[in-house]
Design a protein around this ligand. Structure first.
Ligand code: CP
Length: 344
């Protein structure tokens, strides 16, 4: 099954070809639009949300509608049953249906499914296993797309890569700094993981700045390091945020929780306060051409200051728009592959 779950399932060149298609769709190139219409027309995409969303939900729906398909949205635990994913669970609490039934049933109605499920933030090892989306993938009989899981947000990463390409002509060789920022609540690592993977896959120099104790997943870092080595670009991790930003062309901001403080809500909040000075401001944008990125939603004056978010160098709305075009590119590939494989 050609699921779309992780950047790590693809070679950088395959990911780059999606960026090319997405840019073609955005600029209304006839060949790109014809490819998207040919693949997406008359297809039904089931969108399954375990968490709230603004951009992911609307950009997927808009991509399907724009190119002639349709989307059906389910809010798990709201408009539909709470879903269990653990094998062998005794379902005597709040979860009325198991993914073992729900995924194949939804597969009979839809041509592809997409799932949004955040990290549980209770156990770092459980979240690293990405158990819920992996269970969906095992039991779905149609392609499954990752709309953000415990470990990765690959659709966001494609949009981020495209945004850098638009701004600079090419992402290759650009200096990309992923910086940690404080938060008002515990938050997952999926976006910083995917931002690091995208920067490395795109051939950028990658610096990750975070306070001590906020290390990202080792397997993700290994993949990013390996792609940087393939491209001959720099990979480094530092605890010095301002130094990291000195020659940055891209300052990518994201909050994430400490693996050491997983599940310790109060202690985590105290630690965020301890590093409140890591909030990103215009002083982190060191040149007139440096761009500021964040996946949104963003807490103003906690994660990034008003001045930085309102600065013309801030490209967060472009990033959000590019979710539409990059996801249309992914949907084009996924539906085309499915149609081709059914025809052969
Ligand atoms: N960036 C992102 O995934 O936004 P939503 O949570 O609003 O979908």
């Amino acid at each position: 099954m050609n699921h779309w779950l992780s950047f790590r399932d693809h070679a950088p060149s395959q990911l780059a070809s999606l960026i090319t298609l997405a840019r073609g769709l955005k600029s209304r190139e006839p060949a790109a639009v014809a490819a998207a219409r040919g693949a997406i027309r008359d297809q039904i995409l089931g969108l399954i949300f375990f968490n709230a969303s603004l951009r992911t939900r609307v950009s997927f729906e808009a991509a399907m509608i724009r190119f002639g398909g349709q989307a059906i949205c389910l809010d798990v635990g709201g408009s539909t049953w709470n879903l269990e994913h653990r094998d062998g669970a005794v379902m005597n609490a709040d979860k009325a249906e198991h993914i073992k039934e729900a995924a194949p049933v939804l597969s009979r109605y839809c041509d592809a499914l997409a799932v949004r499920t955040f990290a549980g933030l209770k156990s770092a090892s459980e979240d690293a296993a990405d158990a819920l989306i992996r269970a969906f993938a095992r039991h779905s009989t149609v392609p499954l797309l990752n709309m953000e899981s415990a470990l990765e947000h690959p659709c966001q990463a494609l949009a981020d890569w495209m945004t850098v390409e638009e701004r600079f002509g090419t992402a290759r060789g650009r200096r990309f700094v992923l910086t940690w920022a404080p938060q008002a609540k515990a938050v997952p690592m999926a976006v910083p993981h995917s931002a690091a993977l995208a920067a490395a896959a795109a051939g950028m120099h990658l610096t990750i700045a975070h306070p001590p104790g906020y290390d990202l997943n080792p397997a993700i870092l290994d993949q990013a390091r390996s792609w940087c080595a393939e491209h001959g670009t720099r990979f480094q991790i530092t605890h010095e945020q301002l130094d990291a930003c000195v020659d940055a062309e891209v300052v990518y901001v994201k909050s994430w929780g400490s693996a050491a403080l997983y599940g310790q809500t109060e202690t985590q909040l105290e630690d965020f306060k301890r590093y409140a000075g890591w909030m990103v401001d215009t002083r982190h944008l060191r040149t007139p051409d440096t761009i500021l990125m964040h996946c949104l939603p963003v807490r103003r004056n906690v994660v990034i200051s008003d001045a930085a978010l309102d600065d013309p160098r801030c490209v967060v709305v472009d990033q959000a728009e590019n979710r539409l075009w990059t996801q249309a590119a992914v949907l084009t590939r996924v539906f085309k592959q499915r149609t081709d494989s059914r025809g052969s």
